[in-house]
Design a protein around this ligand. Structure first.
Ligand code: NAD
Length: 339
């Protein structure tokens, strides 16, 4: 891959999250990122984004991503749109010769993930997914501890996440199945699924789940139990995922039990460790790696300053494979294979 000193960038989807990324490029990467185009069918959203660029005449504004790609020929694009559009927008951007930072979930099915993996290889471009936990200190630390063997073989994972999503997202595209392709499991839950699989390295084999849509088109509550394949000498691991979108508060909590120790990430990124009932400690913040954003990693790789993409294209497939098994099991009432 040819490295780039400056990056001509297009933004596809100028909503709340797209503008968050834009804020990062405009404020933290002047002289490195040049915003060349903004695409959004909503005039209000694209104008708001254009204002953030200082209304520069060089920034072209479009209603569709196809026109943005054709008219501005960017080096890279950020895709931050309702989930159903991701696959086509990624494929079109790769075909137009762009590197891509795609928001989560990368795509809406395992089949689409395979198509995107093949297209990324064919185009010989970088594709990064916006799984922001992968560049954050508590998760990087936990992955390193697990990989070092300090807690032994992972035998059990319990994680939960709660938000007021059922009430706060009423009437938006997020609760319309045709646009979101799934509920909270596919939204913030997608982060939880990805980070557990990434930190533990476990390969899910079977899922058994209950879900409740709470009167909406999409999953609001998910209780999923998962059996993972043996990845080491021992006999595999069990995992519980709780995704709660009908909550008055935001809480996220992960506990990972190993044969030699336990590690937990509590609310606000506190990391706790146990070696026995007598030996437990909170990991001092200074021992955690520095947190960054997916954008920092993506831009550093394009500039040749880093080699590894934190959340590469393959993670989009791993997340969809497990999510599909969970949705299927909730419908069938039976355990379902992760395919
Ligand atoms: N990584 C994170 O922590 C994080 C946080 C928030 C959102 N997200 C993700 O970002 C994406 C967008 O979420 P959001 O919160 O910005 O939603 P949003 O509703 O605020 O914005 C979505 C924008 O996409 C636009 N849009 C709709 N169809 C489009 C199309 N065909 N082409 C271009 N733009 C189109 C809408 O007009 C809107 O402006 C989703 O994938 C979401 O899951 C990720």
């Amino acid at each position: 891959m040819t490295t780039l000193d400056t990056i001509r960038m297009g933004i596809i989807g100028c909503g709340g999250n797209g503008r968050g990324h834009l804020h990062c490029y405009v404020n933290d990467y002047p002289g490195v990122v040049e915003i060349v185009g903004l695409a959004d069918p909503s005039k209000a959203a694209r104008e708001q984004a254009w204002e953030m660029t200082g209304k520069r005449p060089g920034v072209k504004v479009f209603a569709s991503h196809e026109t943005l790609l054709k008219r501005t020929r960017p080096d890279a694009v950020l895709i931050s749109t309702p989930h159903v559009f991701h696959t086509q927008q990624i494929l079109d951007s790769l075909a137009a010769g762009c590197h891509v930072l795609a928001e989560k979930p990368m795509v809406c099915s395992a089949q689409d993930a395979k198509a995107v993996i093949a297209a990324t290889k064919k185009a010989d471009k970088i594709l990064a997914v916006g799984y922001s936990r992968r560049t954050m200190g508590p998760y990087l630390y936990t992955k390193r501890v697990i990989e070092s063997g300090e807690i032994g073989d992972v035998v059990f994972v319990s994680c939960w996440q709660s938000q007021n999503w059922w009430a706060s997202q009423k009437g938006t595209w997020r609760q319309k199945l045709a646009l979101s392709c799934g509920g909270q499991l596919n939204d913030s839950g997608s982060h939880l699924v990805d980070i557990i699989l990434w930190m533990t390295g476990l390969e899910p084999e079977t899922a058994f789940a209950f879900q409740d849509n709470c009167g909406t088109e999409v999953d609001i509550l998910t209780a999923a139990s998962v059996r993972a394949k043996s990845v080491g000498a021992q006999g595999g691991a069990l995992m519980n995922f709780s995704v709660v979108a009908k909550s008055v508060n935001f809480v996220e909590d992960i506990t990972i039990w190993g044969s030699k120790g336990t590690i937990a990430i509590r609310q606000d990124g506190e990391v706790w460790r146990w070696e026995s009932d007598q030996k437990q400690w909170k990991v001092p913040k200074r021992q955690l790696p520095k947190s960054r954003r997916p954008d920092d990693n993506f831009l550093a790789v394009l500039q040749g300053k880093e080699r590894e993409i934190a959340a590469p294209v393959e993670c989009g497939l791993a997340v969809m494979r497990l999510s599909e098994a969970v949705w299927k099991s909730a419908k069938s009432g039976k355990p379902e294979k992760v395919r």
